[in-house]
Design a protein around this ligand. Sequence first.
Ligand code: OAD
Ligand code: ZN
Length: 236
Amino acid sequence: MNIVILTGAGISAESGLGTFRDEGGLWSQYDLEEVATPEGFSRNPGLVHEFYNLRRANCRSAQPNAAHFALAELEAKHDGNFLIVTQNVDDLHQRAGSRNVLQMHGELDKARCIYCSSNWAAPDVMTSQGRCPKCWSRGCRPDVVWFGEQVRFLSEIEAAIRKADLFAMIGTSAQVSPASEFMQLARDHGADTVEMNLEPSAVSMTAREVILGPATEVVPRWVEALLSGHRASPNE
Ligand code: OAD
Ligand code: ZN
């Protein structure tokens, strides 16, 4: 069986990392246009660095939670292909022990040069005065994907979803393309589709099963059922 899991900010919420669109979420505290677009970065790089420096510090002091660990256990025990596609820029899946993870929106822990594109481990505090270790220019940016930029690994992700027997979407509001289209793609190619979220997402009607609740409760329970073979199949 081929399994593809798509995760979003909701899976890291109980590790203390903020989500975007929930009440009090990051997009109610910050202007998305100012901190998460290339135009915002050209206007005010200092503000953008501040935003990501703060998120990086939060991430470095956060720990993976029971939902991250359950997915790592599923990968370790599952006999077949297993891929986590995450919109998260944190590294909590990897720190929980997951191995096959694609971070489609980039990595908070890396810096990238806007001139030569090389990337390196991000320092705790990045500034617009920082220099690229390779070409020495002052053009460091967080190695994340902003609105209006290409997401990473798209063809690889879509190929895995087309071959998936089971697609589970966890902790995402499914309001940002292209991740918001993955559930439909999975369904069109015959996968069983499951959603786990605190509240229904924009694509809940596409899921065969929607399990509502906090990720640290519902994900370990779902993984346990899957591993013990007690999961209801679409035909049951
Ligand atoms: P959102 O903030 O849009 O959605 C968070 C989802 O997590 C919602 O569906 C909540 O119901 C759910 N949620 C919250 N707490 C939860 C919990 N404890 N357990 C389970 N679910 C919970 O975040 P994303 O969908 O990840 O992109 O956002 C997608 C992208 O939009 C992000 O990667 C980011 C953002 O703008 C960029 O910055 C490019
Ligand atoms: Zn450079």
